[in-house]
Design a binder for this molecule. Structure first.
Ligand SMILES: *Cc1c(COP(=O)(O)O)cnc(C)c1O
Length: 374
């Protein structure tokens, strides 16, 4: 069997170091908001090229609390519009609606599945106050163009970097482009904890200070509450796990790239659309971290079945777009044809730092022997 992602083996490859780090936390007697958190926050801010990092409980909270902080700072208000890609994971939208702002869904670029500045521009109204680009599947949206557009229109930019730890354009990484960036360290993400965890990166000191309070009951100092905050802290034990895993992130990304290159060079089936490099020349220096290797085909269920019969596990990211979800009834009648076709056609092939090239070649052969007509 070729698993989609063998998380158990991946974490086992760091077993000794993870155990040592966990024991250190155990023996410290200090389990929340201590040294491990401060250390990881510094390491991750440095890694991303941002001044500050604020650890939180998960990726959704990272996005939700950032919008909340901008409301506290008077930079956003209830009812303001935030532009969000229509094909994102539902978390990006929930962060907006939870704050009673209005997500404006925009179709992605059809080759990269990410927001592009042209379509964003045509969605800007007098109520638009922010753009929330999602770096889907491990590749940055066209951030130089999106940032320029944001500056011209006085908009905030919140990156959703949950799938793109370490992805960059011109050497500048996810988490360093926007006014703030939300990360998830859900176990299956490229940088994954052994449980839920998330973080915000920013270089804005005012935002940094308020977020540190918001995640901890709105308090900087025990029993002094400045805001009606929440409890969304990143546990010491998870911070310690993340510090271990961060050391190996670039190496693991490199291993993912080898698998992706193997797929790109060996899958040659006309009915399967491979991920495309961005068409914009200015983005040639872009680096993809291959959180997911997503192909498209008109008969996705048949391809998934064909691969399954050969012992290859695949997943779908994602089967139903947010605007068609029961949770979002108000948008169910809206039409985003490109997004809907993406959700009908995408299939994620196995990819992980531990996957062998032989296995990747076997997946490529299985893809090549697929016939869309059955
Ligand atoms: C995983 C993910 C999130 C949410 O992260 P959690 O830690 O699960 O809350 C948000 N946005 C995107 C694009 C994601 O992939």
């Amino acid at each position: 069997m070729i698993p989609f992602l063998d998380l158990k083996s991946l974490n086992a490859s760091h077993r000794q170091e993870l155990i040592e780090a966990a024991v250190k936390v155990l023996d410290s007697g200090w389990y929340i908001q201590g040294e491990s958190l401060v250390t990881f926050e510094k390491e991750f801010a440095d890694y991303c090229g941002a001044k500050y990092c604020i650890g939180v409980a998960n990726g959704l909270d990272a996005l939700t609390l950032t919008i909340r902080a901008w409301k506290e700072l008077g930079r956003l208000r209830e009812g303001d519009e935030i532009i969000v890609p229509a094909n994102t994971y539902i978390a990006s939208l929930l962060a907006v609606t939870e704050n009673r702002l209005v997500p404006v869904l925009v179709e992605p670029d059809k080759s990269t599945y990410n927001l592009c500045a042209v379509k964003v521009k045509s969605a800007i109204t007098s109520r638009t106050k922010a753009i929330l680009p999602v770096h889907l599947y491990g590749q940055l949206a066209n951030m130089p163009a999106i940032i320029e557009l944001a500056r011209e229109n006085n908009l905030l930019v919140l990156e959703d970097s949950a799938q793109s730890h370490g992805a960059s354009i011109d050497g500048r990484k996810a988490g360093s482009w926007g006014d703030a960036s939300g990360f998830s360290f859900y176990p299956g993400k490229n940088l994954g904890a052994l449980g839920d965890a998330g973080a915000i990166t920013t270089s804005d000191e005012e935002l940094f200070q308020i977020l540190k309070a918001l995640r901890n009951y709105g308090s900087h100092e025990k029993y002094l509450n400045l805001y009606q905050g929440v409890n969304s802290r990143l546990d010491e034990i998870q911070a310690a796990m993340l510090s271990v895993k961060l050391k190996y992130l670039d190496q693991e990304t490199q291993a993912r790239r080898v698998i992706a290159d193997t797929y790109l060079n060996n899958i040659s089936n006309e009915s399967i659309i491979l991920p495309l490099p961005p068409s914009d020349d200015a983005l040639q220096l872009m680096s993809h971290v291959w959180h997911l290797f997503v192909v498209r085909t008109s008969n996705r269920e048949a391809l998934q079945q064909h691969l399954k019969e050969q012992g290859i596990q695949t997943l779908i990211h994602y089967p139903i777009p947010p605007h068609k979800q029961q949770a979002n009834k108000a948008w169910n009648d809206k039409s985003f044809p490109l997004t809907e076709s993406i959700h009908r056609e995408v299939l994620s092939l196995p990819i992980s730092p531990l996957m062998s090239v032989e296995d990747a070649l076997a997946v490529a052969r299985a893809c090549n022997s697929f016939s869309a007509c059955g």
